[in-house]
Design a protein. Structure first.
Lengths: 387, 290, 354
């Protein structure tokens, strides 16, 4: 039949698409190419969207101030849609084809783990915006990440619990990379901190109601509930807890670091205790605090430019670019080996998430005091103080 | 008891979504996979309007606007297709749903929003037989019941409703009797969009609304509609509640992570025994094929 | 006879593309073409199932993921942890497992491909058999629901089980050596051989499918699509044919997933998600249902462009728009004479005129 025609059509279509693509190539010149893999659309868009906006703002400002090593930076943002396979395909594209010098992102830990080996083998510096411990442990020479560590968040939470005399807790976490990583840390650190986890449940991040699982937790007679997720569902957790009459305190993770979540939880959000970066309480920091100026700057610029509240997630992209910039300036050259070395030598660098001290066996660089213990008061975030 | 109530909570959400599926199915034999997007639109529009006008008015307007969207979809994509096979319409409505979702992403943004609670606020709850439940659930259940009653009256008592049922039974014969079958399809699209929007508003305080919340709601609603037996509104409500309760019971004995797997396995088993759903007629299941 | 000419043309196109890219210094394009080829395997299988046997499946991504996860579990330290030391020692002794370490020095045993591939295929076939027998009795929307449900079940299992890495999926999957000189992996040096291997698989699947379509079995299948009752009355064992095709398409998908995982070095649960299944179904519909060539073309083209990130944040929007317009304008797919004619004549029929 017309199958021969079809065969030719396949050939033609592919040739055409190839030609279209080769047209947009070229360029190059004397710029530094930096790739970015963000989940701008899809289920993790609440991470990718502020990250993309922040990265674009940062690079624009940097270029306006003369760029890096006298060169302009070309930022190539690719939208992964939160799909690991697509992240791999796009990472290969950035590495082999665009020959980028470094990659910022991906947004989620699943994607980051999939491209970790890829970037390391290609000697392309990867600055992940996802928190999972496995991204930097085992250490890969060229792979770093910027968010605060889950283990630090857990340690701070357990610290507060000890002060409050809490030892029996229930854990619920979302079925995402973030929830999984947090759950693992909670379960590892709890025995060392004298905390007993009586029940640990995983829920769907798209769930519409969690009263069922909370009832199960309530029946265990826990003294506190820890919820570990990064999605908007955190507000539903807070509401359901109050609705079924649970009175024990609710601890959330640093994934709660978006004031919209507190607003969505409304009155049910009051009194939630969670570890968070200082970006969320920048105004209330004392004037002499080392992070204050940087935080206020970022907050002002971002909020006036995009007309929306800053979130810690955008801050991760800010820190990634800041660290990259510092390392390149320190190395004074565009050699990935030297820049990676310079990055490992970064100490005392003030970022949005905290103060970074990288070393050869520590590719995360933050310490537990990058977190403040925060709480919700009147729909706003504030520092937690023991009553 | 608390598990039962929790099951009813989730179940009532599934049920209210499932009703919308049935309306379009009843007149056209199509499953409209963009039904979830109607809910999202209803929620989103009412939230946007809520800041400038009182809540009831915002909801009414959102329902009207979404009905208009339903009308446009019918006008632009459905009306002029001559021989709509089921598969073609499935793919088409999936396309429409993706389109609406992406447009919503660019009109609003990726952030999550919600309507205020109709009664009380986030922490209020009423006590029923020693278990506690948010008053919003009562709103959802009430709306569900109201819709089912009104729909039954509409289909059973009014001329328009009877005409729509006639189209569903046999489009050709209905046309021969002087019923404008095309208009019936239009009406059903508007009606299901309106009901979807209303559902979207009622559940928004609890579930929150985000540009992509339609898909997962649609899948749950579709499940409930199928297991209730396509075409039966009361079947859909019962099936929705049943699924919610099965989920809740599964949570109480097994890890939550496998909730969907357990529930669906059970439902697939039911489907094998009763291939046309719990309350569906055998003919209805066999009638529309791919 | 003509179908062999077409296969030859496809083979020639594959080689021509490589030469073209090589000449233009754009060999990196082969990466996404290789991935698109693996996705195309799913599409070919699904096209057989939907277009010829007339059975929809909204759960086919699960088979792809099943193949992929089998590959991943059997070649990373998930397997080491799963089996425990004594069992592993025995397996190594029997030559069924090779010991090794992953990139970071942790112990990771690998099952050789001559064993893991059949295991993946067997797993997919077994699942398809168990699911297929009851589910293929259903019709229409009920079948759609059942396959959707089955896909969701597998998705939840991948997402909720520690062995499968939960939400992170499995990464650091090592390349697998298929033959001397042929290794499936993501390394740049392996790019060309992987490209040819993937497309050889596609060619093989096409030859197999075209043969089935124009054989006795194919005629039986089309009679099922036309009217199952009539086919049954004519003595066609409809249940058995439907089941065969379902299993075959599951195996195609699993093979695609298996090699894709080695090529990418990992797999995540998103691969089993409903949106992926919907995408495959839509591609087959846009390609023209009972049109293997059309489905192949659309599948490769769309996945290739999407993997290249051409549409940026509008990826899904473009996909949705394409579905709507092709279904509205060319319901039998775009590679049909009627549609091409219509395009030639550019006669726009406005929706308002009846």
């Amino acid at each position: 039949m017309n199958s021969i025609k079809n065969g030719t059509a396949i050939l033609l279509a592919l040739v055409v698409s190839f030609l279209v693509m080769s047209c947009k190539g070229g360029g190059g010149g004397d710029t530094i190419k930096v790739g970015a893999l963000f989940a701008v659309t899809g289920p993790a868009s609440f991470l990718g969207s502020p990250e993309k906006k922040t990265a674009e703002m940062f690079v624009e400002e940097l270029n306006a101030n003369g760029g890096l090593l006298g060169k302009q930076i070309t930022l190539m943002v690719k939208d992964t849609g939160g799909d690991p396979a697509k992240a791999v395909a796009l990472a290969k594209q950035l590495i082999n084809e665009e020959k980028v010098f470094a990659i910022i992102g991906p947004s989620t830990s699943g994607e980051s783990l999939q491209v970790k080996d890829l970037c390391n083998d290609a000697k392309v510096i990867l600055l992940s915006c996802a928190a999972a411990e496995k991204i930097v442990n085992p250490v890969a020479r060229y792979v770093f990440n910027t968010p605060q560590k889950d283990s630090h968040a857990v340690a701070r939470i357990f610290g507060v619990m000890k002060d409050m005399g809490i030892s029996r807790v229930g854990v619920i976490s979302a079925n995402t990379g973030f929830g999984k990583a947090g759950k693992e840390q909670l379960e590892t650190i709890a025995p060392k901190s004298g905390i007993q986890i009586l029940i640990s449940e995983v829920y769907d991040k798209d769930a519409t109601d969690l009263t069922g699982v909370l009832t199960k937790v309530k029946a265990k007679n826990v003294q506190a509930i820890v919820n570990w997720s990064i999605e908007p569902i955190q507000a539903i957790v807070a509401k359901n807890i109050k609705q079924i009459g649970i009175t024990v305190p609710l601890f959330q993770s640093h994934g709660f670091g978006n004031v919209k979540y507190a607003a969505a939880a409304g009155e049910a959000g009051e009194g939630i205790i969670f570890p968070g970066g200082r970006l969320l309480v920048a105004e209330t920091l004392p004037d002499g605090h080392p992070q204050k100026e940087l935080l206020m700057n970022y907050k002002r610029n971002y909020e006036s430019r995009y007309k929306e509240d800053v979130s810690t997630f955008g801050g991760h992209a800010y820190d990634a670019l800041l660290i990259f910039k510092t390392a390149v300036e320190k190395a004074g050259t565009l050699d990935s080996e030297k820049v990676a070395q310079a990055m490992e030598g970064i100490t005392g660098l003030v970022g949005t998430a905290g103060v970074y001290n990288y070393s050869a066996d520590n590719h995360n660089g933050l310490s537990p005091d990058a977190f403040e213990i925060l709480t919700v008061k009147g729909g706003r975030f504030g520092l937690y103080t023991r009553k | 008891m608390q598990y039962l109530l929790s099951g009813i909570t989730t179940g009532s959400i599934y049920a209210i979504v499932a009703i919308g599926f049935n309306i379009i199915y009843n007149t056209t034999g199509i499953i409209n996979f963009a039904q979830g997007e109607f809910l999202m639109l209803g929620g989103m529009i009412s939230i946007s309007l809520c800041s400038v006008m009182p809540l009831p008015l915002a909801i009414a307007l959102a329902v009207a606007v979404t009905a208009a969207v339903g009308y446009c979809i019918e006008l632009l994509f459905v009306r002029w297709i001559h021989n709509p096979t089921v598969l073609r319409m499935v793919v088409m409505t999936i396309g429409i749903s993706i389109l609406i979702r992406e447009i919503a992403l660019h009109v609003w943004d990726e952030k999550v929003r919600s309507l205020p609670y109709f009664t009380g606020n986030e922490v209020t709850s009423v006590s029923i037989l020693g278990a506690r439940i948010s008053p919003q659930i009562l709103w959802v259940l009430g709306t569900c019941a109201l819709i089912v009653v009104l729909l039954n009256l509409f289909y059973g008592r009014t001329l328009l409703g009877k005409a729509m049922r006639a189209c569903s039974a046999n489009r050709m014969a209905a046309s021969l009797c002087g019923i404008n079958a095309g208009r019936m399809v239009t009406v059903s699209f508007m009606l299901s969009a309106a009901i979807g929007a209303l559902a979207g508003c009622v559940i928004s305080p609890m579930t929150q609304t985000q540009y992509d919340c339609g898909t997962s709601l649609a899948i749950k609603g579709f499940t409930a509609a199928i297991f209730g037996g396509l075409g039966s509104s009361s079947g859909a409500v019962i099936a929705g509640l049943l699924i919610g309760v099965i989920e809740a019971v599964s949570i109480s004995v097994l890890p939550l992570a496998y909730k969907d797997a357990v529930t669906l396995t059970l439902l697939l088993l039911i489907l094998v025994v009763r291939p046309s759903g719990l309350f569906g007629s055998r003919e209805a299941g066999a009638l529309k094929e791919f | 006879m003509k179908r062999f000419v077409a296969i030859g043309a496809l083979a020639a196109a594959v080689i021509a593309l490589h030469l073209l890219f090589a000449a233009a210094g754009a060999e990196y394009l082969l990466v996404q073409l290789t991935m698109a080829a693996y996705y195309a395997l799913v599409v070919i299988g699904l096209c057989l199932l939907m277009g010829y046997a007339g059975q929809i499946s909204l759960g086919h991504a699960a088979f792809f993921a099943l193949g992929g996860y089998t590959a991943a579990v059997l070649s990373t330290n998930s397997f080491t942890q799963l089996m425990g030391a004594p069992a592993l020692e025995r397996l190594v002794h029997w030559g069924l497992v090779t010991a090794g370490t992953d990139a970071y020095g942790a112990a990771a045993h690998q099952v050789p491909v001559w064993l893991s591939l059949p295991l993946a295929v067997a797993a997919a076939a077994a699942v398809a058999l168990v699911i297929g027998i009851p589910v293929l009795k259903l019709k229409g929307h009920y079948l759609a629901m059942a396959t959707l449900g089955f896909g969701t079940i597998l998705y939840r299992i991948f997402l909720g089980t520690r062995l499968f890495g939960e939400a992170d999926g499995i990464s650091s999957v090592r390349p697998c050596a298929l033959l001397p000189g042929l290794t499936i992996g993501g390394d740049t040096a392996l790019r060309t051989q992987n490209y040819y291997f993937a497309w050889a698989l596609v060619l093989l699947a096409m030859v197999l499918s075209l043969n089935i379509v124009s054989s006795r079995a194919g005629r039986a299948l089309r009679s099922i699509h036309g009217s199952e009752e009539a086919a049954a009355a004519m003595g066609v064992n409809t249940a058995r044919y439907k089941l065969y095709v379902f299993i075959l398409s599951a195996v195609f998908a699993a093979v695609g997933g298996f090699f894709m995982t080695h090529f990418n070095g990992g797999i995540g649960p998103a691969e089993a998600g409903i949106m992926k299944s919907v995408r495959y179904v839509a591609i087959v519909a846009v390609g023209g249902m009972a049109n293997l060539w059309g489905s192949l073309l659309i599948g490769v083209l769309l996945n290739f462009l999407s993997l290249r990130g051409i549409f940026g944040s509008y990826d899904d929007a473009v996909f949705g728009a394409l579905l709507v317009f092709i279904m509205a304008l060319a319901p039998d797919g775009i590679l049909r004479r009627e549609f091409l004619h219509r395009i030639m004549r550019v006669r726009i029929r406005w929706p308002f005129s009846k």
